[in-house]
Ligand binder design. Sequence first.
Ligand SMILES: [Zn+2]
Length: 503
Amino acid sequence: MKWLLVALLFSAAMLSGQMRPGAKVEKTYGMGLPRDMAKLLIDDHEYPEYPLKPGQEAYKDVDGYRIKDLIKKITAISLKSLDDGEQYWGRITGTKYDRMTTELMADEFTKLGLKVTRQPFTVKELWYPTHWEGSYAAGVRSGPLQTLFPINETRPTAAEGITAEVVWVGVGAAPDLLGRDLKGKAVLVYSTFVPGGRSHSASERAGLFNSDTLVTKAGAAMIINVIAVPGNGQFNPEGAPAGVDAVPTLTISQDEGFMLRDLLATGQKVQIRLKLDIAMRENLPSQNVYAVLPGVSDEEVMVMAHTDGFFQGAMDNASGMATAIDIARHYAAIPQAQRPRTMVFVATPDHHHGETGRDLMIKTHDWSKVSVILNAEHTSQTLLYMYNADLMTSNAISARRWFASGSPAFQQLVKRTFQDFNVSVYQVPETRAGGSLGAVSVFAPSFHIIDHVIYHTSLDTPELVPAVGLGYSERAFLKVIDETNKMSMKEIRGTEKLPNPVR
Ligand SMILES: [Zn+2]
């Protein structure tokens, strides 16, 4: 009996998130991760690691394991917010965890001898879910729904909550909705990666849930997206339905979503009760952090990284932040006389919340001196597959989106260097830079890689950010920077108006 109780408490603790996702408890993992997570995790040493080729010796000081240690320092801040009881946890702009994160960047750059300055700003308005809870009831069965997660900018429920009957509408496309009475219902939609949980098939991006979406027009009470990843992951894709008809829109794990689906399949009525409180927080203090490493000339190489992130945000964007710090370490170890250009590192903390910091940087920076911009964002990830009813990890590094804007010679340099340094990328590059780089790419030649699969989810843990891949991408970045340092600003930029992406 006592054993049963212990077992029940244990699984309740895991489900309620009391146990940290990613915390190693004899390889038992808590809420927010795929089934069989203990089995799926790969030791960093199990990824194939190719030796440096002749000519790459200048980069042998780059150690993916050291970058990964930095990532864990950063994700520890997120885990602290979870431990402190934040349901909307991570490195959220305007919170004290945001401040801890930008101060960590400032500390690391200072330790390396860079000159650090802070650029304060105010976040005017921050959508912040303060509390939510959901449960289901079907006949004699009832229980909590533990993996519900509100999608950014969604509407709250009334203070007393909503109770609504559940209907399953398949993938939520128009034919799935024909003839369905959705008025006042909790609409359950099955939603797949395209190619990540952030851009899932039912997201606003996919066009199913725009403001005049069929579901909201039909008067649904709430929308719940079952994110098609085996297990109990939590997901916070941006872009909940907006507009006057918008209703509370949340995600739920596949395991819980299928539990509801299977109850519906027995023919009984299933009800969901949801209470979602949202605060609009105003005028929150935040700051950009700049760190400068002087070179021979005052022409600049800029390295930018956004610092905010949902959940642990190990790849998004602790990977980019740690890479930026390690790039500073690499160049700080070289005498100034051998650094042709000044290096400027910029950490911006509100990529997911309006880009106030980045826009301030855009406004206040002197772009005439910037020779090239590297955006360090989502640099390494384990390649995953859907495998029968489960998720499968592999010891390969996932290919990434990429972008290179500037002269054809610069674009070819970027492409060739990625290949030379084992950095797998998509066949077709971005035509508009994604992530934090977009709005900056008009000001100077720029490049990045950006993984696009596991982010804005509790699956974004350090265990799925391979050290080997971190090393590969940083070495490629360093090589591109070194080669551009042999080119004039004009040669990097070319003659066309920026951004001039690869065609
Ligand atoms: Zn990001």
